[in-house]
Design a protein around this ligand. Structure first.
Ligand code: ADE
Length: 418
């Protein structure tokens, strides 16, 4: 039995949602149709460790249509959509190992089950497959042609591995493609983070003080969406350029030590650890809401919070009340894991369309390249990135200008002065 999911009776509901997502993913659909005819991935085994969502289901069926044998496990224990996992097994014939709410043992058992078929290509969201391959499953590394990484946090991990000489097969930083991070990270995280906070709390955002820690692409998206809903937005940063950009974008920038006592809602999107700590919890307002949208659950110091707490109650799905020893109450969403996936459905399909088009086209690139990639972290080829942009524009019915011959000549000329 090449799967492990919660409940196959959920499959019909999951299929409806997968079809719903597909309608918003025209670029991936076109790639799937071409893959079905050309089978560029034939003979490849692709191990994928991704959030098990309806959007991911559409990526996996695209890879399968291309002739690959695919196995999927979750990249986060709380992001798996059980109906979607069931539909992938029951209706799409895919091999899925993912159970919503699984514990650490089950999470790693599933990663290992996916690796057991000796993949030739890996697709990661957070580098857990690569990590496991470089620690417990090193025997499989020789058979792997290349991997892809979906997220900023994963790319940071991989670059650290490459710099330390520890990375043992080439990886493509899909996150760094323009058609990925400029859209998925900004508009996807921006909208889905707000969506997660609203589903978990149903609080009014207008008029609230909304603190965003981190002003990378994700932080920019969250801050601008919160402002759009009428919040007063404060930004905390460690990087001078980003802090300057946030300031000129019109946000108040200050250290967390100052923002902690002012905020009503806090969102961490830094990719780093211990952003909200006991010293901050100690001065927060009664009723403050804490959420994380960074990849790992390390940005809010949940243990530190628990140590200051006398009682924890689950108030609503994905919303836990921490009653502090001094009587104040803080509300932690999604147990400090990615709020957009733990409390909502992740990024909308229309934006995952571009991210996963990059994953599908990079899989094809790896499968069909004559010379293997050199060891290290590679960028998505610009031509591929531009193809995704062109396909998306066409699907959206947006036409653009082309350079006239005179304009092309002007751009490549250097002789002309003032
Ligand atoms: N990451 C963020 N949103 C996602 C989604 N909807 N599906 C898969 N991965 C995601």
């Amino acid at each position: 039995m090449n799967y492990d999911v919660t409940d196959l009776t959920l499959a019909d509901a999951g299929l409806l949602r997968i079809e719903w997502a597909e309608q918003q993913m025209p670029v991936l659909r076109q790639i799937r149709e071409r893959f079905a005819a050309e089978k560029p991935l034939a003979g490849h085994r692709i191990a994928a460790c991704l959030h098990v969502t309806t959007e991911t289901a559409n990526l996996i069926r695209t890879l399968t249509a291309g002739g690959a044998h695919v196995r999927l496990c979750a990249s986060n224990p709380l992001s798996t959509q059980d109906d979607c996992a069931a539909a992938m097994v029951q209706h799409l014939g895919e091999e899925v190992y993912a159970i919503h709410g699984e514990d650490r043992d089950s999470y790693y058992k599933h990663i290992n089950a996916v690796l057991d078929f000796a993949p030739t290509i890996t697709i990661d969201d957070g580098a857990d497959l690569i990590n496991t391959l470089h620690t417990d499953r090193q025997d499989l590394i020789a058979g792997i042609r290349a991997g892809m990484e979906e997220t900023t946090t994963g790319v940071i991990r991989l670059r650290a591995m490459a710099a330390a000489g520890a990375l043992r097969y080439p990886v493509i930083a899909v996150n760094d493609a323009m058609t990925k991070h400029l859209f998925d990270n900004r508009y996807g995280t921006g909208q889905s983070t707000i969506d997660g906070i609203l589903r978990a709390t149903n609080i009014l955002i207008a008029g609230r003080v909304f603190v965003v820690a981190g002003y990378g692409m994700c932080g920019r998206g969250v801050a601008s969406r919160a402002r759009g809903m009428g919040a007063k937005v404060l930004v905390c940063e460690v990087d001078a350029l980003r802090a300057l950009e946030a300031t000129m974008d019109g946000f108040d920038v200050m250290p967390m030590g100052q923002a902690a006592s002012l905020g009503d809602i806090f969102v961490t999107v830094t990719g780093d650890t211990s952003i909200l700590r006991p010293e901050h919890f100690a001065v927060m307002k009664d009723g403050a809401v804490l959420a994380n949208s960074g990849h790992f659950d390390v940005e809010v110091d949940v243990r530190g919070l628990a140590a200051m707490t006398t009682a924890i109650r689950r108030i609503r799905a994905a919303c836990d009340e921490y009653l502090l020893t001094d009587g104040r109450r803080l509300y932690l969403l999604g147990e400090g894991r990615l709020v957009n996936l733990a409390a909502a459905e992740g990024h909308p399909a229309a934006v995952m369309d571009m991210s996963f088009a990059n994953q599908a086209l990079c899989s094809e690139w790896v499968a069909t390249m004559k010379e293997p990639l050199s060891l290290g972290v590679h960028n998505v080829p610009t031509a591929l990135d531009e193809d995704v942009a062109r396909l998306k524009l066409a699907a959206m019915g947006v036409a653009i200008d082309t350079l006239t011959p005179e304009q092309s000549k002007y751009l490549s000329a250097w002789e002309q002065g003032t």
